[in-house]
Design a protein around this ligand. Structure first.
Ligand SMILES: *[C@@H]1O[C@H](CO)[C@@H](O)[C@H](O)[C@H]1NC(C)=O
Ligand SMILES: *[C@@H]1O[C@H](CO)[C@@H](O)[C@H](O)[C@H]1NC(C)=O
Ligand SMILES: *[C@@H]1O[C@H](CO)[C@@H](O)[C@H](O)[C@H]1NC(C)=O
Length: 345
């Protein structure tokens, strides 16, 4: 007979690997670099291969805008967005990717039940690209009527009414069924694509000297705003891509020049279909006097009808429809001018 102390230590010894195994299964893996692809591949595959409902089988189909909220804090501006969306229920869908390590709660209303399965996100890692791809894939799968996909953050606000945005994107046309197939020509993607940037070469090598080769030669490396509006064809291009993603997902060795989410989308789309892109983002951001990678954060004192009107104006033939970044305290002054200024086009 074995004495009980020996039994206890034996049992402990035997259970140790089991405890270790279980703790690895149960504990969320929140360390970086993480494996961004684990269990996303099935989602991406389904999103690009599933047969969409043929639109002609739907009565009176109207295209929708999928709003993709990428956030790691509560959606402070939810009341303003709620006002923006009100009355347009059949013309949009909302999807939220919220970092699961934070305690982001649903604001309810139009945001109720709109969270997609998410993973942690962090600056200077490919996790923001993964999150955007997850949002695009979910929206592609969810509704064949999603024809434009607008990526926004918790710091973004609308500068105009939903009606204006919708008619601006869809060119005041009620799309005929036939035009869905020519969509890409009529309805380009609004994504900034720049080939000039003083730090472009450091950023190109941020993942390691020449690791981008041969898939991405430096001449093809582009930079642009992380926030874009893609058409359905380009949303699929992004979700389907593995060739470039294989390179951009490599963790950075130079964290000071590590902004993969500002390069992946413009580089991929300029290589795949430059003519289908405007090269211009519709989300205004103010970089004046900023050197730390964070743009100007508007304070409540700065919010005024003049600011909103000023932010809409661009140097190109396009107007800005959204703007960032606004501090959470800007909600009250923005709500004050919502009806009379922001949503009165
Ligand atoms: C979100 O709001 C909830 C409830 O107000 C709060 O408990 C939580 O800490 C907030 N989370 C973040 C990330 O701000
Ligand atoms: C941009 O930010 C600067 C401060 O960094 C500010 O002085 C300027 O008014 C802002 N411009 C606009 C158009 O809001
Ligand atoms: C337009 O161009 C001028 C001159 O280059 C520049 O100062 C200004 O910031 C630009 N405005 C916008 C909205 O980009």
């Amino acid at each position: 007979m074995l004495s009980s102390p020996i039994l206890v230590s034996l049992a402990l010894l035997i259970s140790l690997p089991l405890v270790l195994f279980l703790s690895q299964q149960l504990l969320p893996q929140f360390t970086f670099p993480f494996s961004p692809d684990a269990d996303d591949l099935a989602l991406f595959h389904r999103a690009t291969t599933h047969t969409t409902t043929h639109l002609s089988t739907l009565t009176n189909p109207k295209p929708k805008i999928a709003f993709l909220f990428l956030t790691n804090t509560n959606l402070t501006f939810a009341p303003l967005w709620e006002k923006f969306f009100t009355g347009n229920n059949h013309l949009f869908n909302i999807y939220i990717h919220a970092d699961p390590t934070t305690s982001v709660v649903s604001p309810g209303g139009v945001f109720h039940n709109r969270f997609i399965s998410s993973k942690p996100t962090q600056r200077a890692s490919p996790s923001l690209i993964s999150a955007a791809r997850r949002l695009l894939a979910s929206a592609l799968l969810d509704d064949p009527l999603n024809q434009y996909f607008a990526l926004v953050s918790q710091h973004c606000v609308p500068l105009l009414s939903f009606r204006f945005v919708y008619n601006y994107l869809f060119k005041n046309q009620l799309m005929s069924l036939a035009s869905f197939s020519d969509f890409n020509l009529l309805y380009p993607s609004f994504i900034e694509i720049l080939s000039e940037d003083p730090n472009l070469y450091e950023r190109y090598n941020a993942h390691g000297e020449n690791v981008m080769l041969p898939e991405v030669p430096f001449e093809d490396f582009r930079v642009g705003s992380q926030f874009f509006i893609l058409n359905r064809k380009h949303a699929k291009v992004v979700v389907r891509d593995y060739k470039l993603w294989k390179k951009f997902r490599i963790p950075c060795v130079n964290l000071d020049s590590c902004y993969p989410e500002e390069h992946y989308f413009p580089t991929l789309l300029s290589m795949e279909d430059l003519n289908g892109c405007t090269g211009f983002t519709l989300t205004r951001v103010n970089w004046t006097g900023c050197w730390d990678g964070h743009p100007h954060l508007y304070t409540p004192e700065e919010v005024s009808p003049e600011l909103i009107r000023q932010l809409r104006v661009s140097n190109s033939s396009y107007s800005y429809l959204f703007a960032r970044k606004f501090s959470p305290e800007c909600l009250a002054p923005l709500m004050d001018i919502a009806d009379d200024v922001i949503f009165r086009d």
